[in-house]
Design a binder for this molecule. Structure first.
Ligand code: ATP
Ligand code: FE2
Length: 326
């Protein structure tokens, strides 16, 4: 069985093709890079509308399959930016109708976790999902993926990107700050905001920008932001693992590519006798392959959707999904 998945919740539109063994046959994408400022939902949607058909063709080429061989069409149903979600859903419906194949809408956050289970040895991990818009600690319990902790304000990636932007660095800021942090050495005082299982980052952003105004170097600030923010994330992840008696931690989302975050979570895992899993970078960021793979499993788990049920949901919660496939 072959599934084609289309991702488009935010600035990335991606198309992936996977088989029933979670072999990724194609995973192509294109990302909006705003010239200045943040992303505008409608501009991103226009970008996705132009890019999606060529990407579908490209994915078929890369996979070496004819679109007629696709058995299932999956798409990101939410959460995300309304105009982007609607654009991608429209493309998915058109493709499913023209190929006469079933269609399934996939929860984006669940897909980050499922692709990690699919391509690593992790079986029932606690997922630390760290991206631009999302920061959540998720695990499977009683038939659903439950959110054990999350950000109370902005996502970790948004915080990194905003800080970088205010410092005149291009988007996305996360990877640039990771490099700059290697030249930083002074640990500056930043708020450590952990509230139970939740975290908050906007206070750190404000404090870092204030320090920058008073002359602190970008390198030292990048270093300090990473040390403090990643320590917060490691703490809540460890607490979830302890409560759940779970010995696997999986990283997902674009920020999971950060080597320092991997080092800190990895050290915590070793200290507890647990194991950390990190999918390849192209499967950490928003991508079509994770949507295809999750859609395929949902289909195998008996999920069927009418066209009317493919309506998008900007605030689609992780724990709204009944997990029938495991
Ligand atoms: P979502 O829709 O799931 O909220 P997203 O649209 O932000 O996610 P992702 O591709 O998962 O998309 O993540 C992008 C984020 O990851 C950006 O904020 C970017 O700065 C950050 N990022 C990417 N690489 C790194 C890195 N090496 N270190 C830190 N942050 C990184
Ligand atoms: Fe994501």
């Amino acid at each position: 069985m072959l599934a084609l998945g289309i991702e488009g919740t935010a600035h990335t539109v991606g198309v992936g093709i996977v088989d029933e063994g979670c072999r990724v046959l194609a995973n192509v994408y294109d990302m909006v890079k705003p010239e200045k400022g943040g992303i505008h939902p409608r501009e991103a949607a226009n970008h996705h509308a132009e890019a999606v058909v060529p990407l579908i063709r490209k994915a078929a080429d890369v996979a070496g399959v004819d679109l007629a061989e696709i058995d299932l069409v999956a798409f990101s149903q939410g959460p995300g930016l309304g105009p982007c979600l609607r654009t991608v859903a429209t493309a998915a419906r058109a493709l499913a109708l023209s190929l006469r194949r079933p269609i399934v809408g996939v929860n984006h956050c669940v897909a980050h976790l499922e692709i990690g289970r699919g391509v690593t040895e992790a079986k029932d991990p606690v997922l630390l999902y760290v991206s631009g818009g999302n920061t959540q600690v998720i695990a499977f319990a009683r038939g659903r993926y439950r959110v054990f902790g999350e950000t109370l304000d902005i996502g970790i990636g948004n915080m990194l990107d905003k800080f970088a932007r205010e410092c005149g660095l291009p988007f996305p800021g996360g990877p640039i700050l990771e490099k700059r942090a290697q030249d930083g050495s002074k640990l500056l005082r930043l708020p450590y905001s952990v509230k139970g299982m939740d975290v908050a980052f906007s206070g750190m952003l404000t404090a870092a920008l204030a320090l920058r105004k008073h002359g602190a170097s970008i390198d030292d600030l990048a270093y300090s932001i990473q040390e403090v923010a990643f320590a917060m994330l490691t703490e809540v992840t460890e607490r979830a693992m302890a409560h759940l008696d779970n010995e696997e931690v999986l990283l997902g989302g674009g920020v999971a590519r950060n080597a320092r975050l991997q080092e800190m979570v990895g050290r915590m895992a070793v200290d507890r006798g647990a194991q950390m899993f990190v999918p390849p970078g192209d499967l950490c960021i928003d991508n079509g392959a994770m949507i295809a793979w999750t859609g395929l499993q949902m289909h195998r788990g008996g999920v069927r959707m009418s066209m009317a049920e493919t309506i998008v949901d900007q605030r689609f919660r992780t724990d709204e999904v009944r997990v029938t496939w495991r």
